[in-house]
Ligand binder design. Structure first.
Ligand SMILES: NC(=O)c1ccc[n+]([C@@H]2O[C@H](COP(=O)([O-])OP(=O)(O)OC[C@H]3O[C@@H](n4cnc5c(N)ncnc54)[C@H](O)[C@@H]3O)[C@@H](O)[C@H]2O)c1
Length: 351
């Protein structure tokens, strides 16, 4: 019998690590709308005022590497989003990436299990597949090629070993996310191209633009997380799901951005094809999450572009360093005394 994936989360008590990031700041209000009680633990590297005030939301500033079972008490579900969240930042801070994206994730899952939390959801990435010319399903062997992808693949592997009848581990392998969120990221392809089109009236495409990527809107990524924690535990226990709304070439993304932005501004927007052809192309299937969890993406790339356009015309400035993950972490490293979030319990603790 199909289960009701529109049922509210009601009394679930959900702990979200890294809940004030790009995905978290969209997911947390959606969890609250579904009736959950939510506690966020985050370093708040991207700002303190990103989360809404809500009677069922509490938060604390802490580091995912320093948690104990005390912080895990009283929750049903742990969603782990705390991470160095892209390849360039992970290459620049490779040891920290391993400590946060691999070691701390596994340790926190162990603590959660010991504290009696029943469900653990990992926000992993399609980057674990590397670049594979064949259509990718969850059965395709992983082939992580970067520091970021390796930390995800190793975390997934170790976390799955922790799954039992009482502790249900699920991993979502997200495609590249796009769209507006309270913490904005301008280092993701649709967002970056939309900003460049608005600001410079041009969009850069590497090589011929024929390389394909899986994309998903941030609210659809959040909805996938909710579908996973709402589903009967037996259905998702030990499960790994790809989460992508569509596979599209970078050239097609650029063409869509140019079309919508030039319509909105009444001015031409140019595509610049630069550099060598990029052979790294991949397409993933999300049939498994659709058939198992009835997850259906609801937001198109066009919608994502248009909502960003609205925000940009209302004053959103994506040039600011805090909207660029690597640039912002570099800034926190260079000038720690200017940024109170680098201090934790009176001591400097870097990203
Ligand atoms: N956005 C995407 O396109 C995408 C795609 C695939 C997977 N993911 C994964 O989803 C997760 C969330 O991504 P995002 O886009 O929201 O990233 P993000 O960088 O916006 O958010 C990460 C959050 O974690 C916090 N954080 C970082 N290190 C911490 C630490 N040591 N302790 C406590 N908090 C810490 C940051 O302050 C931030 O709020 C990550 O695991 C990322 O790898 C994201």
């Amino acid at each position: 019998m199909p289960y009701d994936n529109a049922a509210p989360l009601l009394k679930q008590r959900v702990l979200v690590l890294g809940g004030a990031g790009y995905i978290g700041s969209t997911l947390v209000p959606m969890l609250l709308d579904n009736g959950a009680r939510v506690h966020v633990i985050d370093r708040f590297f991207f700002g303190e005022n990103i989360l809404p005030a809500h009677p069922r939301l509490t938060h604390a500033r802490n580091d995912s590497r320093l948690l104990t079972t005390a912080e895990m008490q009283g929750f049903d579900t742990l969603i782990d989003l705390a991470a160095i969240s892209n390849d360039p930042a992970a290459d620049r801070f490779s040891e920290l990436t391993r400590a946060i994206n691999y070691t701390a994730r596994v340790r926190n899952a162990e603590l959660a299990k010991a504290a009696g939390i029943q469900r653990y959801l990992l926000s992993s990435s399609c980057s674990v597949y590397g670049f594979n010319p064949l259509p990718i399903t969850e059965l395709t062997p992983v082939n992580p090629l970067t520091t970021y992808a390796r930390a995800n693949a190793e975390a997934e592997y170790d976390l799955m070993q922790l799954s039992t009848r009482h502790f249900h581990v699920t991993a979502l392998r997200l495609g590249t996310v796009f769209g507006h969120s309270p913490r904005m990221r301008a280092d993701l392809v649709v967002n970056a191209m939309t900003w460049s089109a608005c600001r410079h009236r041009q969009v850069s495409v590497s090589g011929s633009g024929q390389q394909s990527r899986p994309l998903v809107h941030v609210r659809d990524a959040a909805a996938a997380a909710i579908a996973a924690i709402q589903a009967p535990a037996v259905l998702v226990s030990g499960g790994i799901y790809n989460v992508a709304a569509e596979n599209i070439t970078i050239g097609e993304v650029a063409a869509q951005v140019c079309r919508h932005v030039s319509q909105a501004l009444g001015e031409p927007v140019k595509e610049n094809f630069e550099g060598q052809n990029d052979a790294r192309s991949y397409r993933v299937s999300s049939d498994l999450i659709t058939s198992t969890l009835q997850w259906h993406p609801r937001h198109s790339i066009e919608q994502g572009i248009n909502e960003l356009l609205d925000r940009i015309s209302a004053g959103l400035d994506l040039e600011q360093p805090r909207h660029h993950t690597l640039r912002w972490y570099e800034e926190l490293h260079r000038n720690p005394h200017h940024h109170p979030q680098v201090r934790l319990n009176g001591k400097m603790l870097h990203v």
